[in-house]
Every structure is written in C-alpha cells, then in structure tokens.
Ligand binder design. Sequence first.
Ligand code: BJW
Ligand code: ZN
Length: 249
Amino acid sequence: MTDSVRALRQALREASAIVALTGAGISRESGIPTFRGANGLWRNYAPEKLATPEAFDRDPRLVWEWYDWRRSLILKAQPNPGHLALAEIERHVSTEGAGKRRFTLLTQNVDGLHDRAGSHNIIKLHGDIWQVRCTGCGRQERNDRLAVEYYGQLPPRCRCGALLRPGVVWFGEPLPQDEWQRALNAAGSAEVFLAIGTSAVVYPAAGLAEGAWARGAKVAVVNPEPTPLDEMDTWVLRAPSGEVLPKLT
Ligand code: BJW
Ligand code: ZN
C-alpha cells in the first residue's frame, strides 16, 4: 500500500464528514464507456454533442438510440469493486459513527450502479437514465427496459402527444435545484472530499471539489489520468478506482 493510500485511509477513519463525487470513470470497469476519450464514441458522434437540447430538437430519434444503446450496456453491467467499496465506506461511517459521522455520495452518473452496489445517501446531480419526462406536460415515469421495447417506437411519445425525453441533465440545463442545494451543503462541510473517475471539466459539478478545498477539506483524486483537480494535491491516486477504492475500506 502506498503512503498516500495509507494516509487517505486513516483520514477517512477519522473524518466526521466525507463526500465523494463520482464520474463516468468509476463505471468504466463495469464496461460502460466514459464521455471523453476514444472509447466514448458512438457511431462517430462525440457524446458531448448528443447530450444537448439542440441535438434532441434536431434529431430526437438519434438521441434516443444513443440512450437506448447506453441502457443496453447498463442492463448487462454489474457494479464493480469501486462502487462496492463506496457502499462499504458508507456502511462503516453510519454504523460506527452512531449518527455523528456522515458520508454523502454525489454522482454525475446516470447509470444507477451506485444504487445497485448498496449506497444509500446518493445525490444524483445529472439525473437518471431510467427516468423519462414529457417535454409537453412534464409528467415523469420510470422504466427499466429499452425505450424502444417499452414504448414500441423511438422517439417515444406521451399520452398528451408531446415527445418524451430522458430524465437527465443536458448541457445548458440547470441541475435539479434540491439536489444541487444538498450537494452544496455537503461539499461545504466536507472534511475529506474524494473526486473519483471524473475529468472535472463539467460545471457546476466540478466546482464542488474546488469549493470544498477552499473551505479546508482534504481533497483526494482517484483517476488513472491527470485532471485539473490534481493541483489541490492533498492526495492524487493515479490508478483505476476499482483497484484503489477497495484498499480504503
Ligand atoms: C477512470 C477510469 C477508472 C477512466 N477509474 N477513473 C463554467 C465554465 C465554463 C462552462 C460552464 C461553466 N458553468 C457551466 C458551464 C456550461 C456547461 C459546462 O460545464 N461546460 C464545460 C464542458 C465547458 N455546464 C452545463 O451546461 C451544466 N448546466 C449549467 O451550468 O446550467 C446553468 C443554468 C442555470 C440556470 C438556467 C439554465 C442553465 C449542465 C451540465 C450537464 C452535463 N451533462 C452530461 C450528460 C448527462 C446525461 C447523460 O449521462 O447522458 O453529464 S455531459 C457528461 O459530462 C455527463 C457527465 O456526468 C459529465 C462529466 O463527465 P465525467 O463523468 O467527468 O466523465 P468524463 O468522460 O469526462 O471523464 C471520465 C474520467 O474517468 C476521465 O478523467 C478518465 O481518466 C477517468 N477514468 N477510467 C477511475 N478505471
Ligand atoms: Zn405529456
């Protein structure tokens, strides 16, 4: 075990408020592609170009096909040791802490793998791929299959006649207000802030790590590649999260 891993493990045992922010990288070892980087491409489209209201307005069928492709990968995937380790850290904190210690998981991911791994205190900053919302009447529903099977056609339509859309946050859209407020509160009082598997280029989520650091939190970055957060430099663990996180439990 490296010195950084040992020191972080000790800090996690002692901290009364721990926050983890996860991104697509934590699900990479479950077989789910990240957004940025070569393996994120789908039919030659960059994901950042598809996750926009403009792309949906232009070609809702194309955008739904991309979400259904991602749904199909997630249906086949299992939580990996990284997801499981975060659930285990939360369990430790809540049992040993007797209500005095807090663990909050902020995720930018929409895949639901943290829920399936057994985490409870999860704040989903960018929505949920299994949630669907009507662009007309605003009605919401959940389903757990491919949209093309569930609705029989792409793009699916609401009973009111308007298009249904994935219940996720696209570029240019505000994050859900309640989740964002809770995330700000958690990050603002974190003693240890873990940034795991995120390129930390998408705001406002990336700013949570900066905010926590500015208020004195120790920041740990878990990522095989460099990120802008490495500058904060309490601990930088440059390895896949499925390898590192189990060492912290
Ligand atoms: C591993 C690994 C392994 C690999 N282990 N790691 C300030 C400055 C500039 C711009 C802005 C700003 N504030 C806002 C903006 C605009 C914009 C933005 O940030 N743009 C930047 C890109 C420049 N932000 C927004 O538009 C946001 N909304 C907003 O600000 O609203 C304001 C508003 C207020 C009031 C009214 C109206 C508006 C919304 C952002 C929404 C982002 N949505 C997406 C899609 C979600 C749905 C879906 O999944 O389809 O979110 S885009 C995509 O990026 C997705 C991700 O959650 C997000 C972050 O990506 P993530 O998770 O970091 O993944 P990658 O692929 O980037 O990185 C993976 C990492 O894993 C890499 O570092 C690898 O090295 C690593 N890795 N293997 C550990 N095994
Ligand atoms: Zn409707």
